[in-house]
Design a protein around this ligand. Structure first.
Ligand code: ADP
Length: 426
C-alpha cells in the first residue's frame, strides 16, 4: 500500500496542470510530472533548484518585481501570465494561480500552471500593434515637433521683421527730425547771409559817397584850383588819390560780391561771339601790357558763339587779363585762346594763359575764395582786393558756366572760363 505522500504525488502527477511549490527564498520543494514535462527534467533535478531557473528572462524579472511582492501582500495571485523556460531553450506560455501559506514552519507558495497556446499569439499581435501604435505616435510626435519648430521659426522671423520695421520707422523719424533741423539751420544761415549782404550793400553805398568826395577834392587840389601846391604836397596828394582809388575798388568789389551772393544780379543771357567779347576788352589792358612789354597773343575763332551776359563775360575776362598782366614779369607773354570744350560738347572755353610767377598748388585751391591773395606782401595787397576771382567765378556760374585754374610755379598760370554754347549741338 503506498503511503499518503506517495498517493498525493501520484495524484498530483496525474493532474492536468503543472504544479510547483517553492519557499520564500525561491527554493523549489516540489513539482509534478506535468510541470517537469513542460520544462523538461526530472524530479530530482528540480528539487532544490531556484524557481527563477525555470522562468524565462522577462518572467524572472516580473517574478521579482510583481509576482512575489503580490503574493507577499495578498497571499495569492490568479491568472498570472508567465513564460516558463524549457531546458531546450523553448518558452512555454502558461497561466499561473498561486497561493502562499505557512506550512511546516516555513512560508511556501503552491502554484498551478495551465498551458496557453492562443494567448501567446494574441499577446504577440497585441505587442506588435502596440509597437506599431508607438511608432506611429513617434512619427506623429516628430511631425508635431517639426510643425512646432517651423511655427517657432515663423514667430521668430515675424518678431524680427517687426523689430526691423520698427527700426526703419525709428530711422525714418530720426531722418525727418534731422532734415527738419537742417532746414531750420539752413533758414537761419540764409537769414544771416541775407542780413550780411544787406549790411554790406548799405555800407558800401554809404562809404562810396564820402570816398568819391575825397577823390574829387584831391583832384581839385592837384589842379591847383585852391592855389599852388608844393612838390611834397603833390606827392602826398598822389598817395591820397591812390589809396582812395584802392578803397573805392575794394568797396565796388564788395558791393558786387554782396549783390551776387544775395541773388540780386540779373543775367541778360544772349548769344554772343566770343571774339567780340575779347576784342572789347583788349584795348582796356593794352596800356598796361605794353608798359610792361608783355607780348599778347589772341587766338579766338570768330565762329564760337556763347550764351552769356556780354557785360559780365567781359568783366570776367578783364579781371583775368589784369591778373595775368599784374603777375607776369616784364617781357613775358599772355595768350588768350577760345576753343570748344573737349569733354563737354555743349560748352566753349576761353583760356587766359600767362608766363608769370605761377601759384603754388596748395594755394591754387583757395584763389577763388574772397580776400585770398597768394602773395601777402603789402605791396601786392595794395594792387588788388582779393575779390576779383571770387566775383568772376560766381558770375561764370551764374551764367551756367564755370571758372577753373591750373598753374605751375615759375612757369605760368592758366585760367579757363567755360560758357554754354549758343547753338545747340545737332
Ligand atoms: P586780386 O588780384 O585783386 O588780389 P583776385 O581774386 O583776382 O584778387 O586774385 C586773387 C589772388 O590770386 C591774387 O592776389 C594772386 O595772388 C592770385 N592770382 C590771380 N591770378 C593770378 C595769375 N595770373 N598769376 C599768379 N597769381 C594769380
Amino acid at each position: 500500500m503506498p503511503n499518503d505522500a506517495t498517493a498525493v504525488d501520484a495524484l498530483l502527477d496525474a493532474a492536468p496542470c503543472g504544479f510547483l511549490s517553492f519557499t520564500d527564498d525561491g527554493t523549489i520543494r516540489a513539482s509534478n510530472a506535468m510541470l517537469r514535462d513542460m520544462v523538461g527534467g526530472d524530479r530530482d533535478q528540480l528539487i532544490g533548484e531556484r524557481v527563477e531557473s525555470i522562468l524565462n528572462v522577462g518572467s524572472r524579472i516580473f517574478y521579482q518585481t510583481h509576482f512575489f511582492p503580490l503574493l507577499k501582500l495578498h497571499g495569492r495571485a490568479e491568472e498570472i501570465f508567465l513564460l516558463l523556460r524549457a531546458k531546450n531553450g523553448d518558452d512555454v506560455a502558461t497561466l499561473c494561480n498561486a497561493v502562499r501559506r505557512e506550512r511546516g514552519g516555513e512560508w511556501v507558495t503552491d502554484c498551478v500552471f495551465i498551458r496557453v497556446h492562443e494567448r501567446q499569439k494574441f499577446e504577440d499581435a497585441l505587442l506588435r500593434a502596440k509597437k506599431a501604435a508607438e511608432d506611429a505616435q513617434q512619427v506623429a510626435d516628430e511631425q508635431r515637433r517639426q510643425v512646432q519648430d517651423a511655427n517657432d521659426q515663423l514667430e521668430r522671423q515675424a518678431l524680427e521683421l517687426e523689430l526691423s520695421q520698427q527700426q526703419l520707422l525709428d530711422q525714418a523719424d530720426e531722418l525727418e527730425a534731422q532734415s527738419e533741423e537742417l532746414l531750420r539751420q539752413r533758414a537761419i544761415a540764409d537769414d544771416a547771409n541775407r542780413a550780411k549782404s544787406a549790411f554790406l550793400a548799405t555800407m558800401s553805398h554809404e562809404l562810396r559817397t564820402p570816398l568819391n568826395a575825397i577823390g574829387g577834392y584831391v583832384q581839385l587840389l592837384e589842379l591847383g584850383i585852391q592855389g599852388p601846391i608844393t612838390d611834397a604836397q603833390a606827392d602826398a596828394l598822389g598817395r591820397i588819390a591812390r589809396s582812395q582809388r584802392h578803397l573805392l575798388r575794394l568797396i565796388n568789389d564788395l558791393l558786387n560780391l554782396a549783390r551776387i551772393e544775395a541773388g540780386r544780379v540779373d543775367y541778360n543771357l544772349e548769344p554772343s561771339a566770343l571774339k567780340d567779347i575779347a576784342d572789347a576788352i583788349l584795348p582796356m589792358v593794352e596800356p598796361q601790357l605794353s608798359a610792361r612789354r608783355i607780348h599778347c597773343e589772341v587766338n579766338v575763332p570768330p565762329d564760337l558763339t556763347v550764351m552769356a551776359d556780354r557785360e559780365k563775360a567781359q568783366q570776367i575776362l578783364l579781371n583775368l587779363l589784369s591778373n595775368a598782366t599784374k603777375f607776369t614779369p616784364a617781357d613775358g607773354s599772355v595768350t588768350i585762346s577760345g576753343a570748344p570744350d573737349h569733354e563737354q560738347p555743349d560748352r566753349i572755353c576761353l583760356e587766359v594763359r600767362d608766363t608769370g610767377m605761377g601759384i603754388p598748388a596748395e594755394r591754387l585751391a583757395h584763389v577763388f575764395e574772397p580776400f585770398v591773395q597768394v602773395d601777402d606782401s603789402h605791396a601786392r595787397r595794395a594792387e588788388g582786393t582779393g575779390l576779383g576771382l571770387a566775383i568772376s567765378r560766381d558770375l561764370a556760374r551764374g551764367m551756367g558756366g564755370d571758372l577753373t585754374a591750373r598753374s605751375d610755379v615759375g612757369v605760368g598760370s592758366s585760367f579757363t572760363l567755360t560758357l554754354p554754347r549758343a547753338v545747340p549741338v545737332p
